[in-house]
Design a protein around this ligand. Structure first.
Ligand code: DP6
Length: 357
């Protein structure tokens, strides 16, 4: 037995986590170096859109090579394995035992994978939590949540905000403990009115995106509006922090919709320019704005890098807004699909991925 082997506390085992996705209000768009955001972002974690991941580990007697397999919903996924290889290379310094163990990773989503809901946030958050737990079982060292968030970021930027429930911010801002390498939770600075925010996700199209977020981030590098965008996001971050504290829905609506449409404006005005919005996305935007004016209710939309619309509203308006969605908006969705979600409380350790409950 070599010395290293003696120091490992566990030779084999399995860990399981589930982690939700999140929806950004101030959008992360553009990065530099290794996954460092060019602007701060703010999101809340969802409740129902969740990834379950299990990691089985086995000591390989000092093989000194990274050895892993990955299956999504029971099927091997070579495309994702290539991305994971890059991810593991990035975290090797933090988790050096990765070269000494074989990992079997299994993952599945609770949301339909054809729904177009971004899963990289929930996937890498769940995986980072699993790896931190394996690290603990092997070495006895407990990694702090900031380190777990940092590991998740190295897989997918938005994932670093999913290791917590509630409201989170990532990237250096006016908050003294904010950081470019990990997200922090800001629930203690959020008014109760925003702690039960609802998100009905209108699936306008579930087709694969023509341009991935990763390519979109790259296109910000030489974007003519780059400096203006970074300034806008900083201002919106500061303004949103104040809005969340005060429970100011009117200003929340203004910032949220401006961020969503700015994101798509940046895509349209990059070189090459591209459009991810569907004609029905714009129809829904118009109908939400009309409904808000006519009924004088708090309702707004946000949009990620795709055509689907997240309808945001307070719990107190749930009945009226769900009726409006069913009667007036669902017909603009692919197969009338609407996924009702809301703010959730974050990841937890679970049973085995793939096991029937
Ligand atoms: C529009 O986190 O998916 O959803 O870091 O390349 O994996 P990578 O990008 P990703 O980008 C998300 C962009 C966004 C806005 C956001 O979630 O803040």
């Amino acid at each position: 037995m070599n010395n290293k082997e003696q120091t490992y506390l566990s030779k084999s085992g399995q860990v399981n986590y589930q982690s939700p996705s999140n929806i950004a209000i101030v959008k992360y768009w553009g990065k530099t170096g290794i996954q460092i955001p060019v602007n701060p972002s703010i999101s809340f974690t969802l409740k129902n859109a969740v990834t379950h991941t299990s990691v089985a580990y086995q000591y390989t007697k000092g093989n000194n090579t990274l050895d892993f397999s990955f299956a999504f919903e029971g099927k091997n996924n070579p495309d994702f394995e290539k991305k994971l290889q890059v991810f593991f290379d990035r975290i090797m310094d933090t988790l050096p035992w990765l070269n000494e163990y074989k990992l079997q990773i299994n993952s599945e989503n609770t949301f339909p994978h054809s729904s177009g809901i971004a899963s990289s946030a929930s996937s890498y958050s769940a995986l980072a939590l699993c790896l931190a737990k394996v690290h603990f079982q092997i070495t006895g060292e407990e990694l702090g949540i900031n380190t777990v968030s940092n590991i998740a970021r190295l897989g997918s930027g938005s994932a670093c905000r999913s290791v917590y429930g509630g409201w989170n911010t990532w990237g250096t801002s006016s908050l003294p403990n904010s950081d470019d390498e990990y997200a922090i939770n800001i629930d203690d600075q959020v008014h109760d009115d925003f702690k039960n925010i609802q998100d009905s996700i209108l699936i306008v199209s579930s087709d694969k995106k023509s341009i991935s977020s990763t390519v979109g981030h790259q296109l910000m590098k030489n974007h003519p509006y780059q400096a203006g965008r970074i300034e806008q996001a900083k201002q919106n971050t500061n303004a949103l922090l104040d809005v969340l504290k005060k429970g100011n829905w009117a200003k929340f609506i203004e910032i949220t919709e401006s961020e969503a449409l700015s994101l798509h404006g940046l895509m349209m005005s990059s070189t090459p320019g591209y459009t991810l919005l569907h004609p029905n996305s714009l129809k829904i935007v118009q109908l939400i704005r009309e409904f808000r004016e006519q009924k004088n209710v708090n309702i707004c939309f946000t949009i990620d890098a795709g055509p689907n619309i997240h309808v945001l509203y307070p719990l107190s308006n749930k009945k009226e807004i769900e009726e409006f969605i069913e009667n007036s908006l669902a017909k603009y969705c692919s197969n009338n699909v609407v996924i009702n979600d809301e703010l959730g409380f974050g990841p937890n350790e679970t049973g085995v991925a793939g096991a029937k409950s």
